[in-house]
Write a protein that binds this ligand. Structure first.
Ligand code: HEC
Length: 149
């Protein structure tokens, strides 16, 4: 009888051990998911936006060879050479303004082909807080900075 009890005790404790291990594994996985989401770097987020909004003109690699490039009067800039064309300096502020549409890019006045993204992002991403929108644009700038040659 003592033996049976011992076995029963042993099985029940290993049962609970198993349950806790499963619980821990599930917990760890869900934490991992959350932290992955939180840990998305500004550059990674900027890249996502770039892929959604900019590739059709500026191309997958930023070279300016997007699908729509041929149909435009002014060729889309090679975004990998922003710094090169400015004596090696990447001007974060200026690029953020160009993207937002606050600052016109050379030739923009004549062709009007580089869209002003401020209003577009507000609508398409449903952003009402200007601070949030500024941050999103900064992330795109960070991405562009990361692809400079
Ligand atoms: C409809 C096509 C089109 C789309 C879409 C587009 N651009 Fe442009 N972009 C242009 C053109 C054309 C120019 C060159 C403007 C000129 O010289 O008139 C330009 C210029 C720029 C410049 C100036 C670069 C420099 O060398 O000074 C930046 C920065 C830029 N685009 C960023 C972006 C970003 C970021 C996106 C996506 C959010 C985007 N563009 C989407 C067409 C586009």
């Amino acid at each position: 009888m003592k033996k049976v009890n011992q076995i029963r005790k042993a099985t029940s404790s290993s049962f609970w051990l198993l349950i806790s291990v499963i619980g821990l594994v599930v917990f760890a996985f869900s934490c991992n998911d959350i932290s992955k989401d939180k840990a998305k770097s500004p550059v990674a987020e900027g890249e996502e936006w770039y892929k959604s909004y900019c590739v059709m003109c500026h191309g997958e690699d930023g070279s300016g060879q997007g699908n729509m490039a041929d149909k435009l009067q002014a060729p889309p800039s090679d975004l990998r050479t922003i710094a090169q064309r400015r004596n090696g300096v990447f001007p974060d502020e200026e690029i953020a303004k160009i993207i937002a549409g606050v600052e016109n890019v050379p030739g923009h006045n004549e062709t009007g082909e580089m869209p002003a993204w401020w209003e577009t992002f507000k609508k398409s991403e449903n952003i009402t807080d200007d601070k949030v929108l500024e941050e999103k644009i900064d992330h795109i700038v960070a991405y562009l900075k990361s692809i400079q040659q």
